[in-house]
Design a protein around this ligand. Structure first.
Ligand code: ADP
Ligand code: ASP
Ligand code: MG
Length: 401
């Protein structure tokens, strides 16, 4: 008999019929003699709708109240799913994040799990119950409800699996991890395995199929994560430790992110103090900067560009006002029709020439890019969103993703 944590995402529990279907799928595994913890997301687009309601009241709603609001979605699902188990004759209990012992720290709407007091979950499992836990939520040291950031139900599931030292199964609306998001490149190839490192990199660079922090926890505690479709029994993808047999390709995947705001500060007098002022102000306002580029000095002036998340636009507007007071004559422009494409692969650590082969692919297809950054296992390019589909197509074809 094994303990298993299963997680079902928003689309998978989007209607009452879908909740009933999830209950059936879980019961099949329960019948095999397993102890099961099920983590669920809010139904369908509930979280988006709740955020939209708050935005109708305030442009910048209080973050504590935001957590109070957006944590409610998951609570609806746990109660309904638990009822579905009971209706089929299976004993079950629904638990909020707090009841499941999930303790968090950090700032509201972006909390991190720092510990789980697992006794309550374990006691219910011992009593033969299917334990249904609300994803995405926990409680902080003040006793306030917190949330873990968008997609955070994955994190709840993997953290529970780490605490219970068992496998984590993530069921979603795709049947595994593909080399490229199959919604954008329908011919993408499904991977049997992917290393934690590559999945973390792909997730952090925009592959929304798994939440980055969830993979990080899986990696830290060596918890095997299996990603598969909620519907049917097609083979999914294992996220696990890297081993030599996985290294068939230099590039494993291509991540796509449209959450890119590119800001250019023009007419900056060429002086390193000014660059420091710009980035110091952004840091003090907690704006997370991604890529940075700078033009060569011309007549004593430079232009500095950086990218950030679109979420930070109102904070960046504040920074802009302050900068204009300190550096005379600057002009700030913002572009939001920007896409970041990132190729990811552990094989890059040993192989040179990857960046140049991608420059060649872009050149042969008349695709211009704006910025490039590299890490040990990835290379990212920003480009105009109008070139996104073409760039994804040529890269996926040439790199066989
Ligand atoms: P859930 O609600 O189940 O958490 P998500 O929407 O968060 O589901 O994640 C599933 C989606 O991730 C898929 O519908 C797919 O479009 C997207 N996705 C992005 N990159 C990839 C990838 N490389 N492989 C598979 N799916 C991906
Ligand atoms: N419901 C939350 C969200 O939409 C958490 C999750 O689905 O993982 O982001
Ligand atoms: Mg998700």
């Amino acid at each position: 008999m094994a303990t298993i944590v299963q997680k079902y995402g928003g689309t998978s529990v989007g209607t009452i019929d879908k909740i009933k279907a999830v209950a059936k799928k879980v019961i099949e595994r329960k019948k095999e003699g397993n102890d099961i913890v099920v983590v669920v997301s809010a139904m369908g687009k509930t979280t988006d709708k709740l955020i939209d309601m708050a935005k109708q009241i305030s442009d910048n709603p209080n973050k504590r109240e935001m957590d109070m609001l957006i944590s409610t979605g998951e609570q609806v699902t746990i109660a309904l799913l638990s009822m579905a188990f009971q209706e089929s004759g299976y004993d079950s209990v629904s638990l909020t994040g707090f009841q499941a012992g999930i303790k968090t720290g950090g700032v509201h709407t972006k909390n991190r799990i720092f510990d789980i007091e697992i006794q309550n979950v374990e006691n219910h499992l011992k009593n033969g119950k299917i334990v249904v836990v609300a994803g995405f939520q926990g409680m902080n040291e003040n006793g306030d409800i917190t949330t873990l950031g968008r997609g955070g139900s994955d994190t709840t599931a993997v953290a529970l699996a780490a605490k219970l030292n068992c496998t984590c199964e993530i069921y979603t609306d795709v049947d595994g991890i593909y080399g490229v998001d199959p919604r954008i490149w329908p011919n993408a190839k499904k991977l049997d395995y992917i290393s934690y490192e590559e999945m973390m990199e792909m997730a952090s660079l925009g592959a929304g199929v798994m939440e980055t922090r969830a993979v990080e926890i899986g990696c830290k505690y060596k918890i095997p994560i299996y990603v598969a479709s909620t519907h049917g029994n097609q083979k999914g993808t294992y996220i696990k430790e890297y081993d030599e047999t996985m290294e068939e390709k230099v590039i494993t995947g291509l991540s796509i992110s449209d959450d890119v705001l590119m800001v250019t500060v023009n007419n900056v007098p060429y002086n390193s103090k000014n660059i420091s002022i710009i980035f110091d102000k952004l840091a003090k306002h907690h704006v997370n900067i991604d890529m940075i580029s700078q033009t060569a000095p011309f007549n004593g002036y430079i232009n500095v560009s950086f990218t950030a998340s679109k979420e930070d636009v109102s904070t960046i507007n504040e920074v802009e006002k302050e900068l204009k007071g300190e550096i005379q004559g600057i002009k700030v422009s913002k572009e939001s029709d920007i896409t970041k494409l990132s190729v990811v692969g552990i094989g890059m650590m040993k192989q040179s020439g990857v960046a140049s082969s991608i420059f060649t692919i872009f050149a042969e297809n008349d695709i211009d890019f704006k910025q490039v950054t590299t890490s040990e296992i990835s290379i990212s390019y920003t480009l105009d969103s109008k070139d996104k589909q073409k760039a994804v197509t040529v890269l996926a074809q040439k790199l066989n993703l």
